[in-house]
Design a protein around this ligand. Structure first.
Ligand code: IVH
Length: 687
């Protein structure tokens, strides 16, 4: 582009700026809301750069709802401003049982004195931070927290950094003009994955950890500096409205959700309407089962009378509306006492203090141990032996001690100190600068060796079926296995002499060991147990290097140029391969028959992955796969999984209780696979 724009080209510039904004808003929506991008990230970046260049050179055309406006607002000085709203954001009554729900239903019907059927809409209750976003003539003008309901804190610049928050209301269906005024309500959440990454990063930086995703989201949204919010992985689900200038456009809550979806908001798909109270209870049980597999926290279900005229009639008490109730899930936190604190030694020598608890039932699971993470966390929470503590279980992560209930202290509690020697091998322990973990410095420590071996044979690594923790411990005790390579020289006699091991299981194990010898590059790297190299990073590395020899030669500078590998991991990888002992370990494995396959190298063989270029959408519950498991299979075979059905979708995989995607796929003529057809397809691909 020329630097001196002829004067009469101003219109052309303006036109281009508007065009770019429209395009970028659309791509943003396809990517973040629909999970179905049309262009590559690089192309998106090029458009964004072009726009931000043009805007920088023509500040007259700047606009607060430009896609470039998501970041870059200066920090607020002092504290956050506050704002009052006309229609308060109320709180909501809780129900904990079917009985409570029946009572709610009776109350509603009594109050309405109607013979017309009262139907409900049920939505997940997101465990995040409630916000209200005001759009005037389609543009976002205010974002505020719920605060006390009437007065909230102004967080406009912060919400603008969240990609699932539209900067302009979108008119997807023709004929929908943006309303003069609408206050959209919803919940800002931090998905589990982002939360874990954030905490891992904070651990590395020596910053205090967030106790849960909700606290992390709250902390992120109330930042004074929007740049900090922008760096946190937040999302928003829209679930309702406040003041609305065109309120006659909608008659029901489900129409509100449809409208919000059309405006470009992310609306949750686990919503059912047209429910009687019995259906509500059924759906609650379905949702309770789904809960653990969802990538974000929900703590119950919000049940609302669907018709807005009924809602009006029911009205609200001072605190909460009569037309809605939160049907909460059983607690995932319970109190119990700490009997003792044990220190475990991990694969990399990390000493982890673990609390042994008086067993307690937390939402259906007996918990008798909980992690205390590390020395600093024990100090911060001032955890002592004998304390009464709050323990939390979330999804499939290890239960943890959240805090001490200080009012229950008797004075007999015993403060805990990290040992100065490894509890297993007795050698010295230390803390590496900048790290939280106390570490046993002896790489030959039996505890470390044991944990490394278990990891080596486990899922995602060599994945040796039948070689679990217990058996590995027996092999170690008997001296049959001392190093990774020994696993591949085990003989039938060795196995048959083990406890609980007959000729048949010995044969099976030998076959599994033999099978495991052909291993993908990524799984092999993960199995080696290099510090800071988890499953995901192992795959990133495997994708970036043609083979292990080339990787072994790479220095940390080369490594950290790869996206997804940070400086700490890069240094750790270089250090690993610099160590001749590790090279010998790898050689010994090769000598014992291990062969690494390089699945990424299809161009060399002319092979194309069987599902290359195919796009899949998943709906309903599969019996033999989790969502993420099914996705992994598809991706391993070269396919791609997107969130919504379009004409470009090749297959819809439909499990039990499929959603509306099934109808859409049928109407578009997309091939529909049931679980067994799907299994055949990926099974046939050799995965
Ligand atoms: S509706 C009176 N719907 O629950 C009903 N609230 O409302 C007004 N929440 O902190 C709220 N998910 O942020 C509604 N699907 C959902 C919700 C939801 C979570 C939160 C909301 C507020 C609390 C009480």
């Amino acid at each position: 582009m020329v630097s001196h724009m002829p004067f009469d080209d101003a219109n052309a510039v303006k036109g281009r700026i508007f065009e770019l904004r429209r395009e970028l808003h659309r791509h943003n929506y396809r990517y973040y809301i629909k999970d179905d991008p049309e262009i590559s990230d690089a192309e998106y970046d090029r458009l964004l750069n072009e726009l931000s260049d043009l805007e920088a050179r023509h500040p007259d055309f700047a606009s607060p709802d430009s896609p470039t406006a998501r970041v870059g607002a200066p920090p607020t000085e002092g504290g956050l401003e506050t704002v009052s709203r006309e229609i308060p954001m109320l709180s909501i009554n809780n129900a904990f049982s079917e009985g409570d729900m029946m009572e709610f239903d009776n109350r509603v019907k009594r109050f309405l004195k109607t013979d017309a059927p009262v139907t409900y809409i049920a939505e997940p209750k997101f465990d995040g931070i409630a916000v209200e976003l005001v759009y005037e003539n389609g543009g976002l003008t205010l974002g505020a927290t719920r605060g006390d309901g009437v007065t909230g804190e102004v967080v406009t610049h912060n919400v603008k950094t969240i990609r699932t928050v539209p900067l302009r209301l979108q008119q997807i269906e023709k004929g929908i003009a943006p309303p003069a005024y609408i206050a959209v309500r919803g919940e800002i959440i931090m998905p589990h994955k982002g939360f874990e990454q954030l905490n891992a990063q904070r651990l590395q930086n020596g910053e205090p950890l967030f106790a849960n995703a909700r606290n992390a989201a709250a902390g992120a949204i109330r930042q004074l500096d929007p740049a900090v919010t922008a760096s946190r992985p937040l999302e928003m689900f829209a679930y309702g409205i406040g003041r609305f200038s065109d309120s006659d456009r909608v008659d029901t809550q489900h129409e509100i959700l449809q409208m919000l979806e059309q405006f470009g908001f992310k609306v949750n798909s686990f919503v059912r309407h047209g429910l009687g109270i019995a259906d509500v209870i059924d759906f609650y049980n379905t949702l309770a089962e789904k809960r653990e597999s969802l990538p974000y926290d929900i703590d119950g279900m919000v049940v609302k009378v669907d018709r807005l005229d009924f809602q009006q009639e029911l009205g609200a008490t001072a605190r909460s509306p009569r037309w809605a109730i939160a049907y909460k899930f059983a607690a995932v936190q319970e109190t119990t006492t700490i009997d003792t604190i044990e220190v475990q030694v991990g694969r990399t020598g990390t000493l982890t203090p673990v609390a042994h608890l008086a067993p307690v039932n937390i939402s259906g699971v007996m918990v008798s141990r909980a992690t205390l993470h590390n020395e600093d966390e024990i100090t911060r929470k001032d955890v002592r032996i004998g304390d009464t503590v709050l323990v939390q279980r979330a999804g499939d992560v290890i239960p943890e001690v959240v805090k001490v209930i200080e009012s229950r202290r008797t004075g007999d509690e015993i403060p805990f100190q990290m040992p100065s020697a490894c509890p297993v091998c007795g050698s010295g322990v230390g803390r590496i600068e900048g790290e939280k973990a106390t570490r046993c410095m002896n790489a030959a420590c039996p505890a470390q060796v044991k944990e490394r071996l278990k990891h080596f044979a486990a899922k995602g690594a060599f994945d040796i079926d039948g070689l679990g923790d217990k058996l590995m411990e027996q092999f170690l005790e008997k001296g049959l296995v001392k190093s990774y390579a020994d696993i591949f020289t085990l003989r039938r006699e060795d196995l048959e002499n083990q406890e609980r091991m007959g000729p048949k299981s010995a044969g099976n194990l030998l076959a599994a060991i033999e099978n495991s010898k052909a291993i993908s590059f990524g799984a092999f790297l993960y199995a080696l147990g290099i510090r800071h190299v988890g499953k995901h990073m192992a795959r990133v590395i495997a994708d970036a290097f043609p083979d292990i020899d080339r990787l072994a030669e790479a220095d940390k500078e080369t490594l950290s140029r790869i996206e997804g590998i940070g400086p700490v991991a890069a240094a750790s990888i270089q250090q690993f391969f610099d160590n001749p002992e590790n090279r010998e370990i790898i050689n010994a494995l090769m000598e014992n028959g291990v062969t690494i396959s390089y699945p990424g190298r299809t161009e060399n063989t002319g092979d194309v992955l069987p599902l290359e270029g195919k796009t899949f959408v998943l709906t309903g519950t599969l019996e033999h796969f989790t969502r993420s498991g099914a996705k992994e299979y598809i991706e391993a075979a070269g396919g791609r999984v997107t969130g919504s059905v379009s004409a470009k979708t090749d297959y819809l995989v439909a499990g039990k209780n499929p959603g509306s995607k099934l109808d859409k796929a049928r109407s578009l003529g997309v091939s529909i696979l049931d679980e067994s057809a799907f299994t055949d397809l990926i099974g046939g691909s050799g995965t």
